[in-house]
Design a binder for this molecule. Structure first.
Ligand code: GRF
Length: 216
């Protein structure tokens, strides 16, 4: 069967992108990374993708007069590569409503908190400030409302005494790298239905959409 073509949007380090590239190296994985697009020319992830032999494009948002014109340029590049799923991976650009509407049901994001808690930026600091004992990451469909689309899967980690935003971020990131390739696999297998707030994942064991990582 033809593999699902995934387009990954990044703005920086690209470690989640790298986790997807790594997963897709397995011949049995049902998706391939068709292209990686960054809005920032200096994004380290672009070099990582190039070295892995993936098609890359830098589309600087500053070259466009407004959000939607930029979004349409990104979309055209994705379509050029026959992308069937857009995976946001540290893409630090708020999109116009046009983009998630155009890609509705075919665009997902990974966010480093247990949504709906702690949306936006500096989320680990938000979690520490709130005193929560667990945090984690969420993969969700993207809708025009920031960090609010139907939740597909989450991974939970402990928040430990003495944690800083950096130590908590690193613990969460390890789970991101497990969760995102898993969700892309389910999407490629046609298992995921968006729903209103909860996306259903068919044919996986109860609990499979929740990873729990008690160890620091
Ligand atoms: C990750 O924590 C992701 O959840 C958030 O931005 C960060 C990107 O990291 N959306 P990387 O570029 O994938 O290393």
């Amino acid at each position: 069967m033809a593999k699902l073509k995934v387009g990954v949007l990044i703005s920086g380090r690209g470690s989640n992108m790298a986790a997807l590239i790594e997963a897709a190296r397995d011949p049995a994985y049902p998706a391939e990374i068709a292209c990686v697009i960054s809005n920032v020319a200096s994004a380290a992830g672009i070099e990582t993708a190039r070295k892995a032999g993936i098609a890359t494009a830098v589309i600087p948002h500053k070259d466009y007069p407004d959000r939607e014109t930029f979004d349409r340029a990104v979309s055209a590049e994705l379509e050029k590569h026959g992308v069937g799923l857009v995976a946001l991976a540290g893409f630090m650009r708020i999109q116009s409503p046009w983009f998630p509407q155009h890609w509705a049901g075919r665009i997902i994001n990974i966010h480093p908190s247990l949504l709906p808690a702690f949306k936006g930026l500096h989320v680990q600091q938000q979690a520490l400030d709130a005193g929560v004992r667990v945090s984690g990451c969420t993969v969700h469909f993207v809708t025009p409302d920031l960090d609010s689309g139907p939740i597909i899967a989450q991974a939970v980690v402990p928040v430990l005494a003495g944690d800083t935003a950096d130590t908590l971020a690193a613990r969460i990131l390890r789970q991101e790298h497990r969760l995102y390739p898993q969700v892309v696999r389910w999407f490629a297998e046609g298992r995921i239905t968006p729903g209103d707030s909860r996306a259903e994942v068919a044919g996986v064991p109860q609990g499979a959409t929740l990873l729990f990582s008690p160890e620091p």
